[in-house]
Design a protein around this ligand. Structure first.
Ligand SMILES: C[S@@+](CC[C@H](N)C(=O)[O-])C[C@H]1O[C@@H](n2cnc3c(N)ncnc32)[C@H](O)[C@@H]1O
Length: 299
């Protein structure tokens, strides 16, 4: 199947689908730093394009004759704690749906944060998918049950043209692990630390984690332990000056990027791309499920 990845970022979703055997023929993205990073890691083209210009996007993407379109429109407006006002970025979810309806590939996969599901933008996108004739399987996946040592919940909408809704629900759930993957499960004893600090959004949340649990969601920022960190009753151990803080490359590995993935950009930009990405193993899990469903349905 010919696959096009939209809002491709540094390539987490692309790499997972490629690992699952899909032929990515092109990717589209607006941010030049992410484009430069993506180019270093793939052979197919990545096109710099503002996908909010849906009419022109449809023409450009159509030229690659995709059987499947995949993509994770930006999600900050859904994921910002406290402020759930939907703005321009949320509208890109609707743009994604308009692009699908304008091209009508055999199938598509859309990835986003779990609360997308209840957003107005997704309600609009959903009705565009339905009007275009897609059956939808909508599911929230916990990455730690999909081969990734990280509690990261992501909403997936998998659409196939002229199918009944929920066609892939069992295929997804049957593949889930019974137990969350911990950092020790994934890395063995190679990490060299037992506990680490992950800066919380606010001090109502804990910040110290053990490698015997899945990591919390890797976000787009990475900070050292601040001087005034007050501690939290659920921290896995008390904070001390020797407490490990995850490095950029450890965060990329927890996002299940391979160790030889090439990271291009400033430290801040790379941290952002890592936090934005779909964990490669979660993407591969989704890509494998798509294969299974397509094979079973002779599609
Ligand atoms: C959530 S990230 C995608 C991460 C990617 N799927 C991955 O796995 O690495 C969303 C991406 O959309 C890009 N983006 C934002 N607005 C855009 C636009 N108008 N057109 C194209 N890309 C855009 C951002 O630069 C960002 O890289």
């Amino acid at each position: 199947m010919r696959v096009v990845d939209l809002f491709a970022g540094c390539g987490g979703l692309s790499l997972g689908f490629q690992n699952a055997g899909h032929d990515i023929v092109a990717a589209f993205e607006q941010w030049d730093t992410a484009i430069n990073c993506y180019k270093e890691n793939f052979h197919h083209p990545i096109i710099q394009f503002d996908l909010s210009d849906t009419d022109n996007a449809i023409e450009r993407i159509k030229a690659y004759t995709p059987d499947m379109i995949i993509g994770g429109p930006p999600c900050q407006d859904f994921s910002q704690a406290g402020k759930r006002i939907e703005h321009d970025r949320a509208e890109l979810t609707e743009c994604y749906a308009k692009i699908i309806a304008g091209i009508t590939p055999r199938c598509f996969v859309m990835e986003n944060v779990d609360r997308t599901r209840k957003s107005q933008a997704y309600a609009k996108a959903r009705s565009i998918f339905k009007e275009a004739g897609y059956g939808l399987t909508e599911i929230v996946l916990d990455a730690s049950l999909c081969g990734t040592p990280q509690k990261r919940k992501r909403f997936i909408c998998f659409g196939i043209k002229d199918k009944e809704d929920n066609f892939a629900f069992d295929a997804f759930t049957n593949r889930l692990s019974k137990k969350s993957m911990t950092l020790r499960d994934y890395f063995g004893d190679t990490l060299g630390f037992e506990y680490y600090y992950r800066h919380p959004r606010n001090y109502n949340r804990r910040a110290v984690f053990s490698i015997d649990e899945p990591a919390p969601t890797m976000r787009g920022v990475n900070r050292p332990v601040p001087k005034g960190y007050p501690g939290h009753k659920n921290d896995a151990c008390p904070v001390n000056e020797n407490l490990h803080v995850l490095s950029t490359s450890e965060r990329a590995l927890i996002q299940t990027f391979p160790a030889d993935y090439k990271w291009i950009g400033s430290k801040t930009e790379v941290e952002q791309m890592i936090g934005n990405a779909v964990p490669v193993n979660l993407a591969q899990f989704i890509g494998n499920t798509v294969n299974e469903v397509m094979e079973e349905g002779n599609i």
